[in-house]
Design a protein around this ligand. Structure first.
Ligand code: NI
Length: 170
């Protein structure tokens, strides 16, 4: 299973709306496997398909990785937040914006529904880190990055810094 290249800003594919998966075929199954491998290799707690250049509604999440090798991989196709309540603020980072973090306001409790690899509908109630990671990854499917969720002043400041950092590297 290859580790895929993770796109970073300012790649325009990160800002695109992703399309729903209509059929779970071999290409989608391979994408799920490659995305999980890429997430663990990074390492990260979540990854969305547009981050590896595929604008389809597929995410992988694992917030239970430990140094002892524990994992709890969640693969979701066409994920949707069907219920949400409460507010929570917490620090976020993104594999597509390496080196940057910010405090982001999210919903605290959410219900996520989507399909697993067998096409079976699954529903997950999430709180704390899992809730935050789902919201972050599902945002990627709509071309939204965590920096887009900041208040205007913070957003302008961090975007200026990001622009500078990524143009110096390229
Ligand atoms: Ni991200």
């Amino acid at each position: 299973m290859p580790v895929l290249k993770i796109l970073t800003l300012p790649d325009p594919r990160l800002k695109k709306q992703s399309s729903r998966v209509k059929k779970i075929d071999d290409a989608i199954l391979r994408l799920l496997e490659d995305m999980a491998q890429t997430m663990y290799d990074a390492p990260g707690v979540g990854l969305a398909a547009p981050q590896v250049g595929k604008n389809v509604r597929v995410i992988v999440v694992d917030v239970e990785q430990s140094e002892e090798g524990d994992t709890n991989l969640i693969e979701l196709i066409n994920p949707e937040i069907t219920q949400s309540e409460g507010k929570a603020s917490g620090e976020e980072a993104c594999l597509s914006i390496p080196g940057f973090t910010a405090e982001v306001k999210r919903k605290s409790n959410i219900t996520v529904e989507g399909l697993n690899r067998d096409g079976k509908k699954i529903r997950i109630e999430a709180t704390e880190l899992l809730s935050r990671v789902f919201q972050h990854e599902i945002d990627h499917l709509d071309g939204i990055l965590f920096v887009d969720r900041l208040s205007r002043l913070k957003r302008e400041l961090i975007k200026k810094k990001i622009k500078k950092a990524f143009s110096e590297n390229n």
